[in-house]
Design a protein around this ligand. Sequence first.
Ligand SMILES: *[C@@H]1O[C@H](CO)[C@@H](O)[C@H](O)[C@H]1NC(C)=O
Ligand SMILES: *[C@@H]1O[C@H](CO)[C@@H](O)[C@H](O)[C@H]1NC(C)=O
Length: 445
Amino acid sequence: MSLYHSVTVNSDSQNFEPVIVEVSNFYWKMDYYHREKRKKVISFVFSMLVISGCVAGYGTYGKEDHEVVRSSGEFSQLLRDPPSGTIPETTRTLTTKPIQKITTTTTESWTSTIPFCPERVVAYYSGTGHRDVSNIDFSKLSHLIFFHLLLDLNGNVSFRHEHQKLRFLELKEKARRANNNIKFMVSIEEDGVGFQFSKVASKAEKRQIFFNSFTTILQNYELDGIDIIWMHPYREDFANQVTLIQELREHLDRLTVETKKPYVISLVAPALGSTLGTNLGENIKNILEYVDFLSIRSFDYWKFSTVASAPLYSKTGPNVNDTVIYYIRKSGGNVEKLNLGLEFSGTFLNDVNSKKSQEQRGKVFWRNLEKEGWKDSISSWDLESQTSYIRQKRKYLSFENVKSLSKKMKYFNRQDLGGLMIWSLEMDDDKNTLLGAVSSCGYNQ
Ligand SMILES: *[C@@H]1O[C@H](CO)[C@@H](O)[C@H](O)[C@H]1NC(C)=O
Ligand SMILES: *[C@@H]1O[C@H](CO)[C@@H](O)[C@H](O)[C@H]1NC(C)=O
């Protein structure tokens, strides 16, 4: 069983559906990138040791630049030859022994009754998990983002297939009926094999095709905006990324003059740990001027070294606080444009005692916790990471619940961030328990 099977086959989705595979692809790409980058950095450091052994005392050089170019090139090469139509079998590499990092207490008192009313609550819906969209509490959202449409190499934007379009239409209809004021957007992502954003952004004519093609969809479906998921640009893409978004802003502003309707542009940024050494932050500063908000994907840290999925703090690896502080510093004073990303799920380990470097991990949606054999009511509290966990014999689950989200919301208020990003609505239960824990005000008055 791989991470991807865990993500895709949860107990209420026995049948594979096309939409489900797309979400896996999102993780698959991220994962390929990190794994290969890690390998490259190790072999790079190794060859540097050899070289510096030979050329002792040689002058300084741009190590950071070097690493990034090499790893990006490698990433690009890998994705040109994808295993066609399949999701690769993968296993996790643990870089820390989990159980020693756990600092437990179950006695700390806390209250979940603090009302949180962020100015902006942005949530994704991707169509996995078979949650009936009728029971999503859309009144608690200011923005709803349908994940995701495709961009092709020419700049053309499209739905992936009819089935996906039907899900989109159903969501839009239900959301708008429940909340008149909701901003309904679509996200655009690359499809894992082609580096479409990089190619489209580099050519003026392709950028035009992209703007026109998106505008057709925007008008046909009466959308309020666009969310761009281009998290790992190469260093040589940085200037083009800014140009793309600046021109998109100008394009939509011209449309606003005709339609009298404002349009939203948002961008997603990765957690620290996946970006170390890329200086993405400098680019973010330039982009913030043109976007309405930037959603920080501050979860899935276990991929980098921590045990918890989304540790608020950690002494041993990247964590939510480090990521948030990083983007605040890079925001050039635009802190109100930053969204704190929260994931409504958990990550389990099959064997905490295993000393093998290969360890199996998987994801559990909050709504599937009980079905998959975990009980929130018997969870423990990890003091350092400020997250909940469950230990069952050798299995270990780190996850978000009302308590851990309340801690993150207190942090959110302290940092005075502008909004929340929720990944994703289909992971919450039918009572909207987690959504209710982070957003208690309504947006549909
Ligand atoms: C762009 O996509 C639309 C919808 O999928 C399709 O009808 C159209 O032919 C495409 N245009 C180009 C130039 O590829
Ligand atoms: C939060 O992160 C910042 C920047 O990395 C760090 O200086 C600060 O000590 C962290 N706060 C805590 C409580 O760990």
